[in-house]
Structure formats: structure tokens, C-alpha cells
Design a protein around this ligand. Structure first.
Ligand SMILES: *Cc1c(COP(=O)(O)O)cnc(C)c1O
Length: 486
């Protein structure tokens, strides 16, 4: 008897089964041969045009859909899984994490909450992070899409704790005093974005000057706090950065912890880059004091190489965290038994439906163990030190910032002193490196000096990649100098 009711499942699984095996085979080839490909390449017009076709009304076989992707998608991705990708600040993903994302989707659970094994894994991963960060067992936390959301969750809890009114009921306009948040002038832009979104305005974030290692000037922080207090503004929170995005600088977390304690302020650490240094015994002293924070944001999709997206925030005071986000409609009331019993995960962040992000972290941490993850972190730092030495020993190159972690900021100078010319030259070097697919560095400007920026957050990078890259920078530098007559 024929069944006229439809579903998304195929009537016959033979072909999807074959195709799925093919996809896994292709995926392994894609990753194992990554070194043979350019890091990145420009899409031809035909590919751009392919992505402009209108909404499909008729079906296409999965075989064709997949063939189209193989042709139009995989050759034109970002390239951050390539050993010579060091732009901005990314992780380089891993195959186990990719399998986990697939398995999580097969499982299909909604991690908003529920009395389920996936929820146990979500809770366990957060518990592991608490243990790794030296947070107490009764602290809370949640997995987020990334560091921006992790920081935003923390700033919301901090704001509600310091607002001086029931801000959930009354709103920020009822606060008796305006609040101030403090961070170094190297702070990641997501904090300003969060405070703007929360309705406090960009001016609620005071940027504190830095020393010559781009670390927050602690006495300038103290002065700013005292001055604001004298002016009727309420100092609420200091954001310490454990690893800045520009240069990998580490704020003095212990000093900030002391000030926050004395001033009754919230101590938040943005550890999106540096928090996992706790896994590397020889470098964990760099984040000394992180365990004293009221909240910490971290980014497994950076130094743990979890496939995007995966962030996490920990909050020391679980009750305050819960009080900030707890919310249940009539259609979603908790029960003591059954499927909706237990901890409701969405009570610790803004989102209700949540993906099973925990699985890709969980599988990769179990497979590798945290000691290996720590060794990979140490390896990147040592590679950065190696590149620093190579740059320092070549008179044509100029180091623009001290290398305190895994980020190197330098430029091809070759005796040129004009800043405009230097910027033109180094921008052109960067773009040619990207366009030939040889390597992907990015750039930044530090104390008015434009430079190339190499953030080695990549478990596939080897020293030979760095050698190749420097050779190419020198070759391109000389070539562009000759071409342009700079
Ligand atoms: C990357 C980064 C962020 C933002 O994290 P996303 O995961 O990109 O949202 C915040 N702070 C620091 C220090 C970062 O490096």
C-alpha cells in the first residue's frame, strides 16, 4: 500500500548512504591535502553567479547538490584550516570536531534544556572549563556562539548586579547613577558593541591607556575610577584582557582583581585568546589571577580549534547569572520529572533554542586530552618567538610590537621611514600574499605604525611555513619597491 504522506526522509536510503560515505572520504582528502592548495583564492564570476540563482522550487538530486558544492564552495573557503593562515584571529578546526557537528545534527536535540544526555554533555563541558579555569564547582556558565556573546552575557550579569535597581523590571533609565566599565585601549570591539546594545552607550566604556607592552596602565585605571566616583558616576566593572587581539598583551589580572575587590566592582576577564593558556604549564603564569574573576569569557573556537561556533562564559555567582536570564513562558514550565526536568540551559543566556555545540568540544577534548591541547598552545607561542627572532635578525624588517604571546606585528621597512609609503608597501605585500594564496597574514596599526600581523593560532603551522612566508615577504617587498619606485 502506498503512503501519500511525505517526509524529508528518502524512501530509499541506498543513495544517501553511498553519498554520505563519499562525503566523508572527500572530507578526509580535503583536510589531509590542505597543504597542497592555496590558502585562499578569489572566486571567478561563474562561481559568484552560481550563488545568485533564485529560490529553488523544483527538487534537485542530492548527488547534484553535492557536486555543485564540491565545485563552487570548497575551493573558495576562508582557508583558516590551512597551515599558513595567520590572519585576524581564528582557530583552524579539526576533523573530530567536524564529525561531532555532523553527529550533533543527527542527534538533533535542542540544547535549550531538557532531561537528556546531550544536556549532560553541555553541562559537563562547562564543568570542565570551570575546573580548568580554577573556578569553584558551584559557579555557573554557558556555551555561546562565540566570544562576543560570551562577553555580552557576562556584562549583562555584571550590569544587573551593580545597577542599584531591579533593572529587569525598571530598565536602565531607572538606575540612580550611570555605570562605567573600564578596559585597556586594546580591548576588543565587542565590548563597546555589547554596551551599546545594552543601552548604556559607547561612553559607558572608558578606555585606559597602556604601557609599552600594550598592557593596561594600572595607575591610570585607579585615577579614572576615583575621578568618576567624584563626579557621581558609578564604577561598575573592569574588563581585563588576557591576550589582546592586536598583540596578545596580557593585562595584570591580579592587580585588577585587587582593585575590583577594594572598589566593590565586578572583575571580568576577556580570555577569548588567553584563557586556555591554563592548559600549558610553562605559560599558565601569563594568566595568573584569572581564577579570581567574577566572570570569564573564552573562545574554544580559537585555541582549542573547535569548528565555528563555540564560545563559553563562566560566572562565579551562579544565582546572579540565573537571575539575569531566567524566563519561562506558560508553554515552557519546568517539571520535577519527565523530559523537562533538571537544569534549564537557556536560563543562562539570551537564546532559547541552542545547538549541541558541546559535542564538538567534548569529543575533541576526550580524544586528545588537555595536555596535548596545552602542548599545541605552547608550540604556537614558540613558533611566534622563532618568527620574532627571524624578523629581528633581518635589517630589512622592523618589529613593531614586543612578542608576548603568539602574535607578531612587523613590517618590511628596508630603510624607508615615510609612514604613508610604509603603509602602501606593506598593504600591497599583504594583498599579494593573500591573492597568490601563499599565506594569509592580516594587518593593524599600533601607535600610528601600520604593520603586518601574524597571529599563529594554528595547529597545522610548522616552522618551514614561517620560513617560506618570510622569504616571500622579503621578495615581494623588494619587488614592489622596484615597481613603484618607493
Ligand atoms: C575574538 C575575540 C573576541 C570576539 O570573539 P568572537 O568569538 O569572534 O565573537 C573577543 N575578545 C577577544 C580578546 C577576542 O580575541
Amino acid at each position: 500500500m502506498s503512503n501519500h504522506e511525505e517526509s524529508l526522509d528518502p524512501n530509499d536510503w541506498t543513495l544517501p548512504r553511498q553519498l554520505a560515505h563519499q562525503m566523508i572520504d572527500d572530507a578526509i582528502t580535503h583536510i589531509s591535502e590542505v597543504r597542497k592548495r592555496p590558502v585562499w583564492q578569489e572566486m571567478p564570476d561563474t562561481v559568484r553567479a552560481f550563488f545568485k540563482s533564485s529560490v529553488p522550487s523544483d527538487p534537485t538530486s542530492l548527488e547534484t547538490v553535492y557536486a555543485e558544492l564540491r565545485e563552487n564552495l570548497f575551493p573558495y573557503s576562508m582557508g583558516n584550516i590551512h597551515p599558513r593562515f595567520w590572519g585576524w584571529y581564528m582557530g583552524s578546526s579539526n576533523f573530530t570536531g567536524a564529525l561531532a557537528d555532523f553527529l550533533a545534527a543527527v542527534d538533533g536535540s535542542n540544547l535549550g534544556g531538557g532531561n537528556t544526555a546531550p544536556a549532560m554533555i553541555d553541562i559537563q563541558v562547562v564543568d570542565w572549563f570551570k575546573e580548568l579555569m580554577g573556578f569553584p564547582e558551584d559557579a555557573s556558565g554557558t556555551l555561546t556562539s562565540g566570544g562576543s556573546m560570551a562577553n555580552m552575557v557576562a556584562l549583562n550579569v555584571a550590569r544587573n548586579a551593580l545597577a542599584g535597581v531591579d533593572v529587569r523590571a525598571e530598565g536602565i533609565m531607572s538606575m540612580p547613577q550611570p555605570l562605567r566599565f573600564y578596559a585597556s585601549n586594546q580591548v576588543h570591539s565587542c565590548h563597546q558593541k555589547a554596551l551599546e546594545t545594552m543601552g548604556h552607550g559607547a561612553k559607558s566604556l572608558t578606555e585606559i591607556s597602556c604601557d609599552d607592552h600594550f598592557r593596561m596602565d594600572i595607575s591610570a585605571l585607579e585615577k579614572a575610577i576615583a575621578q568618576d566616583r567624584a563626579n557621581g558616576i558609578k564604577p561598575a566593572c573592569v574588563i581585563g584582557t588576557a591576550g589582546t587581539t592586536n598583540t596578545g598583551a596580557m593585562d595584570d589580572l591580579r592587580a585588577i582583581a585587587d582593585i575590583c575587590k577594594r572598589e566593590n566592582m565586578w572583575f571580568h576577564v576577556d580570555g577569548c585568546i588567553g584563557a586556555f593558556l591554563r592548559l600549558a604549564p610553562e605559560y599558565q603564569h601569563l594568566v595568573d589571577g584569572i581564577h579570581l574573576a567574577d566572570s570569564v569569557a573564552m573562545d574554544p573556537h580559537k585555541w582549542l580549534h573547535t569548528p565555528f561556533e563555540a564560545g563559553c562564559v563562566l560566572v562565579r555567582d551562579a544565582q546572579r547569572h540565573f537571575n539575569t536570564f531566567e524566563m519561562h513562558g506558560d508553554y515552557l514550565q519546568m517539571q520535577k520529572r519527565g523530559l523537562i526536568a533538571g537544569k534549564f540551559l537557556a536560563d543562562f543566556g539570551f537564546e532559547l533554542s541552542r545547538g549541541f555545540k558541546a559535542l564538538k568540544i567534548w569529543m575533541s577534548l576526550k580524544e586528545n586530552g588537555v595536555e596535548k591541547m596545552g602542548r599545541l598552545i605552547a608550540q604556537n607561542i614558540q613558533q611566534a618567538q622563532y618568527l620574532e627572532q627571524q624578523v629581528a635578525s633581518d635589517p630589512r624588517l622592523e618589529l613593531v610590537a614586543p612578542v608576548d604571546l603568539n602574535i607578531i606585528c612587523f613590517r618590511y621597512a628596508n630603510g624607508i621611514t615615510d609612514e604613508t609609503q610604509l603603509k602602501e608597501l606593506n598593504t600591497e605585500i599583504m594583498l599579494r600574499l593573500q591573492e597568490t594564496g601563499m599565506a594569509v597574514p592580516s594587518d593593524t596599526t599600533l601607535a600610528q605604525k601600520h604593520c603586518l600581523r601574524v597571529a599563529i593560532n594554528n595547529h597545522r603551522t610548522q616552522r618551514q611555513d614561517l620560513d617560506l612566508f618570510l622569504e616571500e615577504v622579503l621578495r615581494l617587498g623588494a619587488k614592489i619597491e622596484a615597481e613603484t619606485g618607493i
